[in-house]
Design a protein around this ligand. Structure first.
Ligand SMILES: NC(=O)c1ccc[n+]([C@@H]2O[C@H](COP(=O)([O-])OP(=O)(O)OC[C@H]3O[C@@H](n4cnc5c(N)ncnc54)[C@H](OP(=O)(O)O)[C@@H]3O)[C@@H](O)[C@H]2O)c1
Length: 312
């Protein structure tokens, strides 16, 4: 065997090992229960209370319910007191757990009041879920209505709130040497996403911040994870019909909680893992073609404002 032959054999073996390892890591994500098992008391062992922002509906509401079903008392935050009270009643009735309601606008400077209200609680889990789109119809940056206010609102809601809530809750977790922080990002943060530029960039912040924080605090027994869903049928997603890629908030949350020990970032469900992988395989030139972007815009427009049926 000459040297060149040996070189190609070693190279071939290295490629097979490399792709084998990648395949193994990928299959781990398809079977989270097997690879990242959680004990029944996993969440309650982190502390007594879970705090969920943006919890009056959608994904946040589903997290609040799911964590109460795991035996945690929950603090739920959003703007609308009446809806929060209703959710609190439903969680209390179905799980028997205590629910504390904080009605507040997280775009405002409300964090010292929130800190006062949370001070005496033993908080084991924080879900930074609150988030908003700059515009319901995807549009170019300069086409967003009331752009100056929108920039401030999106940054405050999607970025500042998460960092501030971590600042409030992380110190006690560090002292106790345990805790879980889940920060909701978005699948659109996987690539630069035209027509969602401001939103997608705010979600990239969520992702990078979570990953950095996880590396800083994992030795203290704290898990910090970015969750990056694609379609979930909520008000933000115009209550799209559920299907193989658009999940109900309850199904998405049930699935995403199984990935809590799967590292600093997860798509949270098998179908969104596959979607994320596919999205990264599509050449950006194709994705950024004017015709594709226009179709996306028209699709959302039509869904939000279906044409009136004229009956003669
Ligand atoms: N749905 C999806 O397809 C999808 C996909 C990827 C990522 N995400 C992310 O998932 C998270 C939750 O989204 P969702 O679809 O469940 O949204 P949603 O249905 O619009 O619910 C948003 C929740 O946040 C609250 N909220 C909004 N603005 C607030 C503010 N300024 N202060 C306090 N509470 C506020 C809302 O209640 P009030 O209006 O009563 O305040 C509501 O409880 C967001 O971070 C979103 O970016 C969603």
């Amino acid at each position: 065997m000459d040297l060149l032959e040996l070189f190609f054999i070693v190279l071939g073996a290295a490629v097979i090992v490399c792709y084998g390892v990648r395949l193994l890591l990928f299959t781990r994500m398809l079977f989270p229960k097997m690879w990242f098992p959680l004990s029944k008391s996993f969440f309650t062992s982190m502390g007594e209370w879970a705090v969920v922002t943006g919890a009056s509906e959608g994904i946040g509401r589903a997290y609040a319910f799911a964590l109460a079903e795991q035996g945690m008392d929950v603090v739920i935050l959003s703007r609308t007191k009446a809806t929060l009270d209703q959710v609190a009643k439903e969680i209390g009735a179905s799980t028997g757990q205590r629910v504390k309601v904080i009605a507040t606008d997280l775009m405002e400077d409300v964090f010292s009041e929130i800190e006062d209200q949370l001070r005496c609680l033993n908080i084991g889990v924080l879900v930074n879920n609150v988030g908003m789109l700059p515009s319901f119809i995807p549009c170019k940056f300069l086409e967003c209505a009331e752009l100056d206010q929108t920039i401030t609102k999106v940054i405050n809601c999607n970025v500042k709130t998460m960092a501030k809530m971590c600042r409030i809750i992380l110190p006690a977790m560090e002292n106790r040497g345990k805790g879980v922080i889940v920060n909701i990002s978005s699948g659109v943060a996987s690539i630069p996403f035209p027509l969602y530029s401001l939103y997608a960039a705010s979600k990239v912040f969520v992702e990078r911040f979570s990953q950095g924080l996880h590396a800083e605090y994992k030795d203290k027994g704290i898990i910090i994870q970015a969750v990056t869903p694609f379609g979930v049928s909520t008000r933000m997603a115009d209550y799209q019909k559920t299907n193989i890629v658009t999940l109900s908030p309850e199904d998405f949350v049930k699935s995403s909680l199984q990935y809590i020990r799967a590292g600093d970032k997860t798509y949270g469900s098998v179908c969104h893992i596959v979607l994320g992988w596919l999205l990264q395989c599509v050449p950006l030139e194709i994705l950024y073609a004017d015709s594709i972007l226009l179709s996306l815009q028209n699709y959302v427009k039509k869904r939000r404002h279906p044409p009136l049926k004229v009956t003669l």
